[in-house]
Design a protein. Structure first.
Length: 261
């Protein structure tokens, strides 16, 4: 479908390889692709770029940015998680005595890397103790996969890591079956356009890794045109938001972010 130059895809710098691929797909559809907000005000605008810039510019651009709730991972059934996960504060996490995986929720905070910490004393200083964090028991993923989901269905996907090391490749058997199980149980609690990461555990079986915003996620080996479908839904004109997505509007579910996932 050709949307004409009245619709803009804003690829906020710096340009990543994913941004370039999405830009090409958007041009083929008839969108105008720009990399400066000055080219977008007053026009129907979709966004791909960092959340900090989106928070600064989104109001003037009329953007409606979707993201999962900070506590979504804690609501996933244990059988689909394969580990315990809870939402707490950084201040509380600093008192942990055991080896724990700690990460920001759906957002990324540059000063707080998602990582395994031997105990809470190893967490970075200089951040407000009220900062929300997810803490979980430690598991090892043999492989991790990124799925771009629209209306509860996987539109595109890719492997992105093997034993924690970047290793993009097409999806493998079993991934989509597990994804359907996860979405059957959780899709009502996710935005209609969302990025879902799942993994194959080193000891066998499958588990949810996390959910995140597609408008700041690398597509790896996923089909860019299908990824674009999900990005356009999750980061477009606020006036286009569906009623069921209003509770996932950024600014009501989580805080700012800093690095792409």
């Amino acid at each position: 479908m050709n949307h004409g130059t009245g619709t803009v895809l804003l690829l906020h710098p710096p340009r990543t390889s994913t941004a370039e691929l999405l830009g090409q797909a958007a041009v083929w559809r008839g969108y105008e692709v720009v990399d400066r907000a000055a080219g977008a005000p007053g026009r129907r605008t979709h966004w791909y770029g960092g959340p900090l810039a989106a928070d600064r510019l989104g109001g003037s651009l009329g953007l409606g940015l979707l993201e999962p709730a900070d506590d979504w991972l804690t609501t996933v059934p244990y059988a689909l998680l394969g580990r315990s996960v809870r939402l707490t504060t950084l201040g509380e996490a600093r008192s942990l005595a055991e080896r724990t995986f700690v990460k920001p929720p759906s957002s990324k905070i540059e000063a707080l890397p998602a990582a395994v910490y031997e105990d809470g004393s190893r967490l970075p200083d200089g951040l407000d103790g009220a900062t929300p964090v997810l803490v979980s028991s430690v598991v090892e993923f043999a492989a991790e996969y990124r799925l771009f989901v629209l209306d509860g269905e996987v539109r595109a996907g890719s492997r992105y890591a093997v034993y924690g090391r970047p290793d993009p490749a097409p999806l493998e058997p079993g991934v989509l079956g597990f994804a359907r199980e996860v979405l059957g149980a959780t899709a009502e609690d996710l935005p209609s356009g969302v990025c879902l990461d799942v993994g194959r555990l080193a000891g066998g079986g499958w588990a949810v890794v996390e959910a995140n915003m597609p408008w700041f996620a690398h597509c790896y080996a996923a089909e860019p045109d299908h990824v674009l479908d999900v990005v356009l839904r999750a980061a477009g004109p606020r006036e286009d938001l569906r009623d069921r997505d209003l509770r996932f509007l950024r600014g009501t579910t989580g805080g700012p972010a800093g690095i792409p996932g």
